[in-house]
Design a protein around this ligand. Structure first.
Ligand SMILES: Nc1ncnc2c1ncn2[C@@H]1O[C@H](COP(=O)(O)OP(=O)(O)OP(=O)(O)O)[C@@H](O)[C@H]1O
Length: 681
């Protein structure tokens, strides 16, 4: 038998069983062997019946001492089948429910191995619905370590175990090793056949660990190999638009009201190098909150413009789109650049007008939201696509925008630091630039974690700040009160504060349920200093830039993710004044305490992101179901970070002598199909 053969070749798999396996994605022997256990049962131990403990799962060796009895309970609905057992003079019962045939299954006087849950009480010892096996003599050593598979169809553990044993032995030794021996030795990775056998039926725990490590490695390695190949493909055959480095860019940078930080300079240099070589750039720019990503985007857009191409920037909210639109207009005052704003809330007539100008090339740079990816938006000559806050857009949306031109350059900007490990997997097809430095002169935001009892004191403090001319944000998790969620709401809190606390201050609210126009007016007034206190949901989370705001008060901080709180805190500390972030939690708990402590203790977004990821797991961390993470079968992004790093090292080593070295050819030839399956699906 071959690993590619259908599982129909296994004894006992008829059309019905086959259908069941198909449902869990298993059609070939290979699929089956790559269907990994979710857990194991240690069936090596045999406990004397007298020493079995209540509720314990264990194996026992017993003699069947008589015929089974059947009892009817609950108005004859429940049948209990009791089989008498005995071990060294101690007697007990094996129990089954509603399966009368069990009465006649056992040979009276026969010796059996039973594995199941023990129940003790009222002087009785019972073993509940155990697995059983007739054995020859008392020297029986148990069944070893048995796999427990995830069950979702009508297949039973017994079924899967049986077919697995058969499959593994049918293709024994046939799994092809793709890793060269010296690499395996260096990184202490076992041979693939050994790994696959020991992940299902480990001879001992050590071999299980060894096998598991190899398979986790494979999963990470193949995934990254796939991304590596996509990246190579993206850049190899298709040539990108070449942007000439224009001295006007240099001049523009010189005339900025501030000096670029070294980190910003480094990223600009990386961009210039990429853009002038004729390859297509696909680059992720990661920077912490307030690190100055907008100016990088602006410089890239300017380069496109000076080379005669249109540029586009897509952002996740209208507030942000408008803010960038204003920033770019003021930055590019000296140039004759036409900038357009395309957002969903424009009147149909204005939208039509803008799209026409985009198509005719009259508009050079477009800033917008999702409205940009509508079918009717066509570009004249697009050379650069920037998406801000990438992970709020799906991968598909990014592709739609990228496809609006002939291979435009792509820059992805994200303000939510993504832990390196995740970034490699989510954006493995992109080059990564990191801005790991804040503009000089920023004062560190002071962060405090308190409970509700401090509210009055905090409100007094806010009053003082407002007297000094500053502004404040107050964030709540809910828009309006909810019966099912016990948390502060924007509407109720605004009423309360207006009537009782801040009678003299100018106070306004902002939330996602308001009309776009209303939101704009409020935001604009806050920017202009006409509002002192803005009570808001997290609509202000990304990108909003009001340097005069110095207070961020978050109610029910326990309800937000760490990365999200860090983003909120990033709204302050953007000007010359000392800023304060106050996190009020309304529930207690060790985990809440630990999370708040992280925020109080550091303002490094990367450290916070790592911690958030570790505490909440990747799905929660990214906050979206469609987060683009591949489904991993055996590897765990948090627990197995060490192996992930190792797989990255191996990848480097394989390609260090070039794509066509003996080593990389060997690995690639053996892997083509697998890479496709894992990485490109
Ligand atoms: N090198 C610099 N020196 C001084 N100020 C700078 C520098 N670079 C950017 N800034 C200013 O810092 C502020 C924050 O920049 P920007 O809005 O680009 O941050 P960001 O990285 O987009 O942050 P966020 O993700 O929080 O919005 C802006 O007011 C910008 O003008």
């Amino acid at each position: 038998m071959n690993v590619k053969d259908s599982i129909k070749n296994l004894k006992g798999i008829g059309p019905k069983k086959y259908e069941q396996f198909k449902k869990i994605g298993v059609e070939t022997i290979e699929d089956l062997v790559y269907f990994f256990p979710r857990d194991y049962e240690d069936r090596r131990k045999i406990t004397p019946l007298s020493q079995c403990k209540d509720q314990e799962y264990t194996g026992i060796v017993v003699k069947i001492t008589g015929r089974g009895m059947e009892e009817l309970l609950r108005g004859r609905k429940l049948r209990i089948i009791k089989i008498p057992i005995e071990d060294k003079g101690v007697v007990g019962e094996a129990i089954w429910y509603n399966t009368s045939f069990m009465k006649n299954t056992f040979k009276i006087g026969g010796l059996y191995y039973l594995y199941g849950k023990i129940k003790r009480g009222y002087g009785k010892i019972q073993i509940i619905t155990p697995d059983y096996k007739i054995i020859d003599d008392l020297s029986y050593k148990g069944q070893g370590i048995l796999p427990v598979y995830p069950l979702s169809t009508r297949l039973t553990q017994k079924d899967i175990r049986k077919f697995m044993i058969e499959a593994i032995s049918a293709v024994k030794g046939q799994w092809e090793e793709y890793l060269p021996m010296d690499l395996r030795k260096k990184y202490k990775l076992c041979e693939i056949n050994f790994a696959l056998e020991n992940i299902h039926f480990p001879t001992n725990l050590k071999n299980y660990e060894i096998g598991k490590k190899r398979l986790i490695f494979d999963e990470f390695f193949l995934l990254q190999m796939g991304l590596h190949l996509i990246k190579a493909q993206n850049t190899k055959n298709i040539s990108g638009i070449t942007f000439n480095i224009d001295s006007r860019v240099e001049k523009f940078i010189e005339e900025l009201p501030f000096q670029l930080t070294n980190a910003q300079k480094k990223v600009i240099k990386e961009l210039e190098e990429d853009l002038s070589t004729g390859k297509i750039i696909n680059r992720l720019i990661q920077g912490d909150v307030g690190s100055g990503k907008t100016i990088i985007g602006a410089i890239a857009l300017l380069m496109a413009y000076l080379n005669g191409y249109q540029g586009v920037m897509m952002v996740p909210t209208e507030i942000l789109a408008k803010q960038h639109y204003e920033t770019l207009n003021s930055l590019f005052k000296k140039f004759n650049i036409k900038i357009g704003l395309l957002i969903g809330s424009l009147k149909a007539k204005d939208k039509k007008n803008i799209t026409e100008k985009i198509q005719s090339g009259e508009i050079d740079i477009v800033i917008g939201t999702h409205a940009l990816i509508q079918d009717n938006v066509k570009f004249n000559k697009i050379g650069l696509v920037i998406t801000d806050e990438q992970h709020r857009f799906g991968v598909k949306q990014r592709a739609l925008l990228n496809n609006k031109g002939e291979n435009p350059h792509v820059l992805v900007m994200t303000a939510t630091p993504i832990p390196r490990t995740l970034a490699f997997i989510l954006y493995g097809d992109l080059d990564i630039s990191i801005i790991d430095e804040l503009p000089p002169g920023r004062k560190k935001v002071e962060t405090y974690h308190v409970n509700e009892r401090y509210e009055t004191r905090i409100y007094n403090f806010i009053k003082k700040q407002i007297k000094l001319g500053r502004q404040a944000y107050i964030v709540c998790p809910l828009v309006e009160d909810s019966e099912s969620i016990d948390a502060q709401s924007v509407i109720t809190l605004t009423e309360h504060l207006k009537n009782n606390i801040f009678r003299d201050e100018k106070i306004s609210l902002l939330h996602g349920k308001m009309q776009n126009q209303e939101k704009d007016v409020v935001m604009q007034r806050f920017k202009d200093g006409e509002i002192d206190i803005l009570i808001s949901t997290t609509v202000i989370e990304v990108g909003v830039n009001v340097p005069n705001a110095t207070i961020m008060l978050v109610h029910n901080a326990e309800r937000f993710g760490l990365a999200q709180l860090h983003q909120l805190r990033g709204r302050i500390g953007r000007g010359e004044h000392q800023s304060y972030c106050i996190l009020i939690t309304n529930h207690e708990g060790k985990l809440i305490e630990e999370r708040m402590k992280t925020l109080v203790g550091t303002d490094d977004g990367f450290i916070i992101a790592e911690k958030d990821l570790a505490l909440r797991g990747p799905g929660e961390f990214l906050g979206l179901r469609q987060h683009g993470l591949p489904e991993l079968k055996i590897a765990n992004l948090i627990e197995d970070v060490g192996i992930l790093k190792m797989s990255q090292d191996v990848l480097k080593e394989i390609f260090q002598e070039g794509e066509y070295s003996e080593m990389s050819k060997f690995v690639l030839e053996n892997l083509q199909e697998k890479i496709h399956k894992i990485a490109l699906n």
